[in-house]
Write a new protein. Sequence first.
Length: 271
Amino acid sequence: MSEGFETQTSSGVLRSGETCVVPQIVLAVATATSEVRVVPSQVEIAEDQIKVEEKQRVLGVIPNFYVTYVQNAVPLTPRQKFELAWKSTIDPVNLAVTGAIAGIQQAQDDFSGYGQGGQGYAKRLGASYGNFVVGTYIGGAILPSLLKQDPRYFYKGTGSKRSRVLYAIANSVICKGDNGRWQANYSGILGSLAAGGISNLYYPARDREGAELTFENALIGIGAGAAVNLLQEFVMRRLTPSASNPSNPDPPPKLQSKISKLFNTLVHEGD
């Protein structure tokens, strides 16, 4: 224990598959004349949690950033929502997957208006990456910031299998708001529609989707989201070695730095 800080302890039983969220961390700094209590802000806690999420990878490789294993995770600020979107869109693995999709499209001659050869592949790659970026930013950052909704999947992990299945499926059309309440996932649904509409700007004229197909693809996207949520609930946690540990009581790194500076100031003032 560092000099000048009070000891804090907590105890409990954590069984396999269970998670535990510790109460809000309050660090007390004892001085000769007074006691200073340092309480981390919501923004600092959220920043600490999102840094952990950005390290989550299925099998240590595939990004798994948009899930939190802390059931009462602190809401993200708009800046943090954009940070998560940025990390996702520049991740090398996601870029590689986008390149593979473009390669498959070229092999199947999808979007034939792009042609073949290197130029055709470059156009398909640009379109595929454009879809990914537009969908991620609109559905995961812009609309969630405007509508005050959380773009992440909140892992349940407890209860009966039936309750967890229903929870995962429901999360394809609902989400947690920044106020902590569940609400319709307007961000995700409108984001899919917007991304489909914007793609018409760069797809070949013969391959552009009409309004009917855009809505059809949005419904398919909801079904795919439900399937991914089921994998998140029952499979991916086991395959994500860096999954966040909600029982970790360590304060955020930025907060640790502030505590150190505050303590040094108090020590110098007492000299």
